[in-house]
Design a protein. Structure first.
Length: 169
């Protein structure tokens, strides 16, 4: 009544053995091709450039990326995100979309968002769109809010001495 045939057995069938290697090669290639071209791959952000604590730079630095300063820089710095580490000292103007100061800055700071942490020591003027100054930060200078703090050039700000003495320049 019942006969055992290969048609009903689980596993590869007679006609499938020849097609299976071709299908195995074709199937993985089709799904992997779209996975390789994901839209998130071009948006991957490179890591920040780090200037180590034993490095001293004399001159200006300019990048569209991120910079983390741990050493000493004597010159102006322009970046997207600029972080001044606790051990760092910068003598010059800082210009960035986001500026985070943990160390020492002697010079003007210009940024859309400026943040002085509790370990910051800033001697100079700050021009910002938004600012945050943590408790314990040391700051000597003036603060000015501007809708476009990055757009202006180096415009002289009134010094406290000329305002106090009433001298006209």
């Amino acid at each position: 009544m019942f006969s055992k045939s290969r048609i009903n057995e689980p596993g590869p069938k007679q006609g499938d053995e020849q097609n299976k290697p071709d299908q195995a090669a074709a199937k993985p290639a089709t799904p992997k091709a779209p996975a390789e071209f994901t839209p998130s791959a071009p948006k991957a952000k490179p890591p920040a450039s780090v200037l180590s604590a034993d490095l001293t730079v004399t001159g200006n630095l300019k990048t569209t990326g991120d910079i983390q300063i741990e050493g000493t820089v004597e010159g102006d710095i322009r970046a997207h995100l600029l972080t001044v580490g606790e051990t760092a000292t910068v003598k010059g103007e800082l210009i960035a979309d986001d500026v985070v100061v943990n160390g020492r800055v002697i010079g003007r700071v210009r940024g859309l968002k400026v943040r002085l942490t509790s370990t910051a020591k800033v001697e100079g003027d700050i021009i910002h769109k938004t600012i945050a100054i943590e408790n314990g930060a040391h700051f000597e200078g003036s603060v000015q809010r501007a809708d476009d703090p990055l757009g202006g050039t180096k415009t002289p700000m009134p010094t406290p001495k000329s305002a106090a003495t009433g001298e006209a320049k």
